[in-house]
Design a protein around this ligand. Structure first.
Ligand code: ADP
Ligand code: AMP
Length: 213
């Protein structure tokens, strides 16, 4: 079992890169998407997560680690995982190391998508997501063929409630305090590979694919 981590601020393009890697045999795991599915299903976990997510705060570590634990414990030994939005705190990173060790898995690479705040703000403000399949668009940088409609399944495109300007600001602060320390954590393990995520989508995808061979 191998895990690759996509690290970077909200809006850096983790989900956008993950879409192509999913075509290359990686199992894409977005903890944000898993939580949004819980919200859609109206579960207790979803109800509690929504309050935090709408403010741009994190869901508690044990909830997120619990979701990842179940996934990894049910995986087959050959599976290649691509984590997008996990880990997001040092405690989550340590739990991931423990989990992988207990399952004879390896953390192969941590790809850091570097992107300054002003770029992130513009990307998040224009992000639209298919309400059915989760495909990610941007009104300017990756528009759908028909405005407001997903190219793949014709479902409506929605703006996420946490992509409002006030919430974006809060999410960037939370990233700086809680997630940015993971860069030195993974640097000290010799696992970080940085990519300039301000390039156009195709170039970022190509750079990541080249890195992962
Ligand atoms: P993350 O998963 O890191 O939060 P997303 O992949 O959802 O980020 O991308 C955020 C927004 O930016 C989306 O609207 C996406 O279409 C757009 N986007 C992603 N990568 C790029 C890029 N390299 N150039 C321009 N826009 C991008
Ligand atoms: P994302 O789809 O990755 O932008 O995540 C959306 C939101 O889900 C985040 O702002 C958090 O509230 C929550 N979330 C996603 N992943 C995690 C995580 N690993 N730890 C804590 N909260 C998370």
């Amino acid at each position: 079992m191998i895990a690759i981590v996509l690290l970077g601020p909200p809006g850096a393009g983790k989900g956008t890169v993950a879409e192509v890697l999913a075509e290359k045999g990686y199992t894409h795991v977005s903890t944000g998407q898993l939580l949004r599915e819980q919200i859609q299903q109206g579960t207790q976990l979803g109800l509690e997560a929504k309050k935090l997510m709408d403010q741009g705060a994190f869901v508690p570590d044990d909830v997120v680690v619990g979701m990842i634990r179940s996934l990894l414990e049910e995986a087959n030994p050959e599976q290649k995982f691509l984590f997008d939005g996990f880990p997001r705190t040092l405690s989550q990173a340590e739990k991931l190391d423990e989990l992988l060790e207990s399952l004879n898995g390896t953390l192969g690479e941590v790809i850091l998508l570097e992107c300054p705040d002003h770029v992130v703000v513009e990307r998040l403000s224009g992000r639209r997501t298919c309400e059915k399949c989760g495909t990610i668009y941007h009104t300017k940088y990756n528009p759908p063929k028909t405005e407001g409609i997903c190219n793949l399944d014709g479902a409506p495109l929605l703006q996420r409630p946490d992509d409002k300007e006030e919430t974006i600001k809060n999410r960037l602060e939370v990233y700086e305090t809680q997630t940015a320390p993971l860069v030195s954590y993974y640097q000290s393990h010799g696992l970080i590979h940085s990519i300039d995520a301000t390039q156009p989508i195709q170039n970022v995808r190509k750079a990541v694919l080249e890195k992962l061979g």
